[in-house]
Design a protein around this ligand. Structure first.
Ligand code: ZN
Length: 327
């Protein structure tokens, strides 16, 4: 059953496109309309116009256009029912789940599942860090304490710990009813043998401090795992692989918390790692992000410019050696 037309109209009626788009990046008011550099093509001067009277957007550069639903579809790469659902959630309007699910593609359902798994896993890793009496958990807590990350800060950022024994996490996943295919799709597990899936899966993150990564909505979509023991000679950071829910060039650690401050200050400071970022943020320097690899590309800079504005400043704050970074 498709979403009823009157529900769609109700959702559009409860959504202000200016407010919606400003949730993603700042708009500049000029005359009646609002302007920004187009999120759908690369440009240096704004040709993306949003009209509050028409409740629509139009790009004079690439001719992208649409209403609030069209914007969410384009920007979030969602199909029509998923975009409608996003806006319905935002407006507090309920669409009956069965009406929605019948229209949703298999891929979108898997994407939802991936987010669900990552959200639950982040809480599990967090509990494990705070409460486990394993020796690695006390070591991890001590490591954080020495770096001035106390319990409250760990809670603010849902910092977690992936146990050294990957089977503990794997068993928990199974107890939650997640199957191997879903776990691999979520990025948290890998197949032991890429050609023979029947050989099972293993935990990608072991004995690492886990930093959840978020999308614009604050959903946990992936992780960055950091080593914390000097004897551990593995890559300093390991990130989730790209999944249906996680595209590396679209994500900075911390951006979900810092975007308002970045837009307000028209300035962003790029910190080297998660811990640097958290310390800055907790000490009142809130316009900070940390990349998920050392190689900053044009897409990253464009993403940040959406928040700082084209004239805004991007400050690099890298000091120590970052050769251990595995992008
Ligand atoms: Zn455009």
């Amino acid at each position: 059953m498709p979403i009823p037309e009157e529900t769609i109209q109700q959702i559009l009626g409860s959504t202000d496109i200016i407010e919606l788009i400003e949730g993603y990046f700042p708009l500049q008011k000029r005359g009646q309309d609002y302007w920004a550099c187009c999120p759908f093509h690369s440009e240096k001067t704004p040709s993306f116009k949003v009209s509050p009277t028409r409740q629509g957007y139009y790009c004079f550069g690439c001719q992208a256009k649409g209403n609030a639903i069209g914007f969410v579809m384009e920007y979030e790469s969602l199909d029509f029912p998923s975009a409608v659902r996003r806006l319905a959630d935002r407006a507090g309007i309920t669409i009956k789940e069965d009406e929605y699910d019948q229209k949703a593609t298999k891929e979108n359902l898997l994407k939802k599942k991936i987010i669900h798994i990552n959200q639950k896993a982040s809480l599990w890793f967090h509990e494990n860090l705070l409460k486990s009496n394993s020796s690695e958990a006390s070591e991890a807590r001590e490591y954080l304490r020495q770096r001035k990350i106390d319990i409250q800060i760990a809670k603010n950022w849902t910092i977690g710990l992936a146990p050294e024994n990957g089977n503990i996490f794997k068993n928990w996943c199974e107890s939650q009813g997640f199957n191997n295919e879903q776990m691999v799709a979520s990025g948290l597990m890998s197949y032991r043998d890429q050609e023979e899936f029947s050989k099972g899966v293993y935990s990608r993150f072991r004995n690492r401090i886990m930093f959840p990564l978020h999308n614009d909505y604050g959903d946990t979509i992936a992780f960055s795992g950091r080593v914390f023991t000097p004897q551990n000679k593995l890559a300093k950071y390991v990130n989730s692989p790209e999944t249906l829910a996680f595209k590396k060039s679209n994500v900075f650690f911390g951006l979900n918390k810092s975007k308002r401050s970045i837009a307000k200050k028209e300035s962003v400071i790029i910190c080297e790692g998660q811990l640097d970022l958290i310390r800055c943020f907790e000490n009142g320097i809130e316009n900070v992000v940390a990349p998920l690899g050392t190689a900053l590309n044009e897409k990253h800079v464009n993403l940040l410019k959406r928040f700082t504005g084209q004239q805004g400043e991007v400050v690099l704050c890298f000091d120590s050696d970052s050769a251990g970074y595995k992008a």
